[in-house]
Design a protein around this ligand. Structure first.
Ligand code: MSP
Length: 653
């Protein structure tokens, strides 16, 4: 019964596009939301924490095609990677919604129908700049030199039949709602941006497309698929089972917090509320737009080849350190800057030095000066009450900052207490007290206060670094005292049980050698630079040629005509085909990385060009006796074939 009375807290992350693997910027959003979800659970809320994947759309349809997969096969693989990453980052989500799930599609169609039935969706024509080879509409603003921003070719002004959502109708209601609920859009700077955007006038929104298929069909017009935002945004209620009688919807909607990046604020604070108003549903209580994690050279992006893989960092530095760094590095409302040096610096300073030293000094001194038992404190002196008071204020400040989603500052407050406690140790100098038997009870009080302040810091770290507290509890000998690990236990100074037996352990965060990291970084930077040079060259239409060679050097490469007589896929290797080729005088086996572009049966009978004197190499257990020639650019690849029928074995020069 008590369960039902608990206050609920529903928090969401954006649902990520499975067009590629996620990078450290995406990890930030989810870690931040997870920290909040864990915090609210500690505060006694009945929390529902949702994340997921936004799987439809033309980009994904194309990406899948380019690698020879169906869109579903493609997203299944990438989404499995999302789930693995969240697992490694210890994300405590209660559900994971995929827009390809039936439970989601049903709700999207239901909302679309509802809006159509009440006249908020109508059929009209969408006019835009169309790139025929890319089958994509662009707005005037998106064009680059009046050409397609993707392929650079010419575009034409075309009209397409589309459904539109009457967003303009909700403009005034929306403005009123935002102004009457100053908490709705946070931080305030983003609220002001949104207000001026709405005041410039809202246009109706194109919500269906006929130019691609990978989406949810419009329920009453199967020629159309529902375009992006009605599909994506509806996840927040479809995951709660809206319309299916699921009690989760009644219990958790409206959401307490949609956490999103600043780039998708407009969708969440304008389009989504307008859809909800049109459907007669309540609006979320708060949308918080966080800043971005930037690199020195700007945005992280796959095409620039500079994305930072969170899995690599977790393996290298541990999950708690990465979570700490992410939450600490992005200040509320502003962007943060990522560099591996800054990450290592944080680990060495905040975690190894400040926190690590507090733990190791506390446990070492209790061991040495009090036989390994947490002492009983006696009378308090001014310096002790000052520490106790500082701890009380810190808890208060952290609670207030968490309410405002000021995660970075909340962690900063905890570290003020860590450092205040380290200072307390310097000021009280327990090693001096230990030399004087008359100061025994004073020493006991000081040791107790150190340990209690450490306990308080650790409890407050729990939402941000869930792996940390159990290790500290073990060292303080209180792993079985769950009642002193809770947020409630922070209300009263002195919850740490005297008599607990210390178990000194390894340092929690060993220091990292920055020099080693620099060397690795240099290697990586030169690779990125080389990749960027090649990409720039491709973009600027210059041929970034290899160094010059002589005709003698070229003639060392023995190229021969070869006929493919057999082709099959290599087991457990998506990219490889095993070919059997005829060179006239002999037959050979060759492994080629072309399986994403050619089906085995397409290759049989082709006359291709083989580098016949290449040193054999073992690939997936198969000895490959040569290499076939192919040309590739971007996501296209073509094998070199002969224009006339020349016998197998003939030399190519
Ligand atoms: N699918 C949409 C969201 C639909 S929600 C109904 C989408 N997906 S996304 O994968 O492109 O981005 C998801 C989130 O990651 C966004 O909130 C975006 O701001 C965030 N980030 C992407 N790169 C980021 C950084 N470099 N730093 C911080 N967050 C970043 O948009």
């Amino acid at each position: 019964m008590a369960e039902n009375k608990r206050k609920t807290y529903y928090i969401t992350t954006p649902i990520y596009y499975p067009s590629d693997k996620l990078h450290i910027g995406h990890a930030y959003t989810t870690v931040a939301a997870d920290s909040m979800a864990r915090y609210k659970r500690m505060r006694g809320y009945d929390v529902w924490f949702l994340t997921g994947a936004d799987e439809h759309g033309q980009k994904i349809e194309r990406k899948a095609k380019s690698v020879g997969k169906t869109p579903k096969e493609y997203v299944d693989e990438i989404v499995a990677g999302f789930i693995h990453l969240w697992d490694k980052l210890q994300i405590s989500n209660d559900d994971f919604i995929r827009t390809t799930e039936e439970r989601h599609q049903r709700v999207v169609q239901n909302i679309f129908q509802k809006l159509y039935d009440n006249g908020d969706i109508y059929k009209s024509e969408y006019e835009g700049w169309y790139c025929t080879p890319c089958e994509t509409f662009w707005t005037e603003k998106q064009l680059v030199d009046k050409c397609c921003p993707d392929c650079g070719r010419g575009v034409e002004l075309l009209k397409e039949e589309s459904y539109f959502f009457r967003m303009s109708k909700y403009q005034d209601r929306l403005l009123e709602h935002i102004k009457n609920n100053p908490d709705f859009i946070q931080p305030t700077s983003r609220m002001n941006e949104m207000i001026s955007f709405i005041e410039r006038g809202l246009e109706d929104l194109c919500v269906s497309r006929t130019t691609f298929k990978w989406g949810i069909p419009v329920p009453f017009d199967e020629k159309h698929v529902i375009y992006v935002w009605i599909d994506a945004l509806t996840n927040y209620i479809s995951a709660l089972g809206y319309g299916s009688g699921d009690e989760k919807y009644e219990k958790y909607w409206p959401a307490d917090l949609h956490l999103v990046g600043k780039d998708i604020m407009r969708f969440h604070t304008i389009i989504w509320p307008a859809i909800l108003m049109a459907a007669g549903l309540e609006l979320p209580k708060k949308v918080f737009g966080h800043g971005w994690l930037m690199l020195a050279e700007g945005k992280m992006s796959k095409s620039k080849g500079n994305v930072v893989d969170p899995l690599e960092l977790i393996d290298k530095y541990g999950v708690d350190a990465i979570r700490y760094y992410l939450v600490r590095e992005i200040p509320t409302g502003a962007d943060g800057h990522y560099s591996e040096e800054a990450l290592v610096e944080r680990i060495n300073t905040d975690l190894a030095n400040d926190f690590g030293n507090l733990l190791s000094r506390t446990t070492a001194m209790i061991n040495k000066f009090n036989g390994g038992l947490v002492p009983i404190p006696s009378e308090e002196e001014a310096i002790d009450s000052e520490l106790r008071e500082f701890a009380r204020e810190t808890v208060n400040n952290v609670e207030n900052l968490m309410e405002d989603f000021e995660l970075s500052n909340a962690v900063g407050e905890i570290w003020k207490l860590v450092n205040r406690t380290n200072k307390y140790i310097e000021e009280t100098a327990p090693w001096t007290l230990a030399r004087d038997p008359e100061k025994k009870s004073r020493l006991e009080t000081v040791l107790y206060y150190m340990a209690e302040a450490l306990r308080i810091c650790t409890v407050m770290c729990t939402p941000f670094m869930p792996g940390l507290p159990p290790k500290v509890w073990k060292q303080l000998g209180i792993e079985n005292n769950a009642e002193v690990h809770t947020w409630d236990s922070l209300q009263k100074w002195g919850a740490l049980p005297s008599g607990a037996r210390i178990n000194r352990g390894e340092p929690l965060f060993p220091r990292i050698d920055l020099k080693k990291i620099d060397q690795q970084q240099d290697k990586r930077a030169s690779k990125v630079e080389k990749d960027q040079k090649v990409q720039r060259a491709a973009h600027d239409n210059v041929l970034n040629l290899e160094e010059e060679i002589t005709i003698e050097e070229f003639s060392k490469v023995d190229l021969r005509v070869a006929e493919v007589i057999k082709a099959e896929k290599v087991k457990n290797a998506d990219k490889l085909l095993k070919l059997e080729v005829d060179l006239g005088a002999e037959k050979r086996t060759v492994v080629a990385g072309i399986a994403e572009y050619y089906k085995p049966e397409e290759m049989v009978g082709k006359k291709i060009v083989l580098v016949a004197n290449l040193k054999p190499a073992k690939i997936r257990g198969i000895t490959s006796q040569g290499m076939i020639l192919a040309a590739s650019k971007g996501d296209k690849l073509g094998v070199i074939t002969l224009e006339r029928d020349i016998p197998a074995g003939a030399r190519v020069k």
